[in-house]
Design a protein around this ligand. Structure first.
Ligand code: NAD
Ligand code: WQD
Length: 333
């Protein structure tokens, strides 16, 4: 079965393409390389011995997308392509709405024009806004606290409306919690340009000596040690969740929505402790003020994904740091 993977050279997309190949799927990557590099395609070949088809194309260019789909004839789509930096989305909302919403509309139109009914969409725990309690279940109220989150919520709404209009579609909305880590080979991982916004990439650069210390954003949250608590999931586990979702779509379930997390919340200080253990030295940090927009705690209730698609994360926090650090060191060489 052939799968169109938008954003397939990106962080989560590349790990998912590896899993697709390992599970006997053919994949066709479409990516405009705005946040990834073409050499990822070769890294995927090094890991799997298979080179996936790759097209450098922008979802905003509907004509090119249409040509690729007509030529490759994929049977299903996994849609990762999008911009994802929260802070940048506040500064450049039009760029985010245009890229994420218009890009998705083009993709859905091209799917419709070619009779493709199955899609897996990368949503985010950000759609829960500031949750009233944890763990978070899929039926909790949804809200957006920034333009990036608003694009995820709007795309979810578009997919729900599309399903109402065409119940022959099969749609899996996957709400990722905090993806971290890298492929165990050290060949693919997350390597953001400039100073990272997210916790784990920042910690990696502190460990590599590129940044002096970690700034812990607030120690006065309503959590066990006052620092923010999140549900970090190994990107390889997350990639596996897409295979489970595709298998579910093959049973023609209509529209389904699942949290993909581990169900365990770790604080920033837990993360510092675990990574220091992996490094064999203390990771330097300083307690600083809160980052605007952050919430106390966010972790998943994972029971629905376990029950309906048999999804359960297998890797622990140590694996996430060992593999992430291995990638960081490989990327530096
Ligand atoms: P990423 O930036 O590494 O990958 C996204 C890819 O999409 C990039 O390779 C980029 O070049 C491509 N892209 C962006 N706009 C495009 C366009 N218009 N046309 C073609 N390609 C385009 O990000 P990621 O971390 O792999 O995230 C993948 C998806 O998962 C995104 O939709 C993101 O919002 C979502 N998500 C990510 C996280 C996270 O923390 N990483 C959490 C929840 C959800
Ligand atoms: C984690 C914790 C920070 C950096 C973001 C997006 C979300 C999703 C995942 C896409 C928080 C603390 C961080 C630092 C710190 N992305 N922190 N020092 O904010 O949970 O989620 O990425 O959908 O939409 O908002 O992740 O890694 O930025 O922060 O103390 O230098 O680490 O305050 O408690 P977040 P994060």
């Amino acid at each position: 079965m052939k799968i169109l993977v938008t954003g397939g050279t990106g962080y989560i997309g590349s790990h998912t393409v590896v899993r697709l190949i390992e599970n006997g799927f053919d994949s066709v990557i479409v990516d405009n390389l705005s946040n990834s590099k073409e050499d990822v395609v070769d890294k995927i070949r090094q890991i799997t011995n298979v080179r996936p088809a790759f097209y450098k194309a922008d979802l905003l260019d509907k004509e090119s997308l249409s040509e690729i789909v007509k030529k490759e004839k994929p049977e299903a789509v996994i849609h990762f392509a999008g911009l994802k930096a929260v802070g940048e989305s506040v500064a450049l909302p039009l760029k985010y709405y245009h890229n994420n919403i218009t890009g998705t509309l083009h993709l859905l139109e091209v799917m419709q024009e070619n009779g493709i009914k199955d899609i897996v969409f990368s949503s985010s725990a950000t759609v829960y806004g500031k949750p009233e309690s944890v763990p978070i279940k899929e039926d909790f109220p949804l809200s957006a606290t920034n333009p990036y989150g608003a694009t995820k919520l709007m795309i979810e709404d578009i997919l729900r409306d599309l399903y109402k209009a065409d119940p022959t579609m099969n749609i899996a909305i996957l709400r990722y919690f905090n993806p971290v880590g890298a492929h165990k080979s050290g060949l693919i991982g997350e390597n953001p340009n400039g100073i990272p916004n997210n916790l784990v990439p920042y910690m990696m650069q502190v460990a590599a000596g590129k940044l002096e210390y970690l700034r812990v954003f607030g120690d006065d949250y309503n959590t066990k040690d006052g620092t923010g608590v999140r549900d970090y999931i190994h990107v390889e586990d997350l990639a596996g969740g897409h295979i489970s979702a595709l298998k579910k779509l093959a049973q023609r379930p209509g529209i389904v929505t699942y949290n993909l997390g581990t169900g365990i919340g770790y604080s920033v200080l837990d993360m510092v402790k675990e990574f220091s253990g992996v490094l064999g030295r203390e990771l330097p940090y300083k307690i600083c003020g809160r980052r605007p927009g952050d919430i106390d705690e966010c972790y998943a209730d994972t029971s629905l994904a376990k029950k309906e698609i048999g999804f359960a994360a297998e890797k622990n926090l140590k694996d996430m740091f060992v593999d992430g650090w291995n990638f960081q060191k490989t990327a530096e060489r």
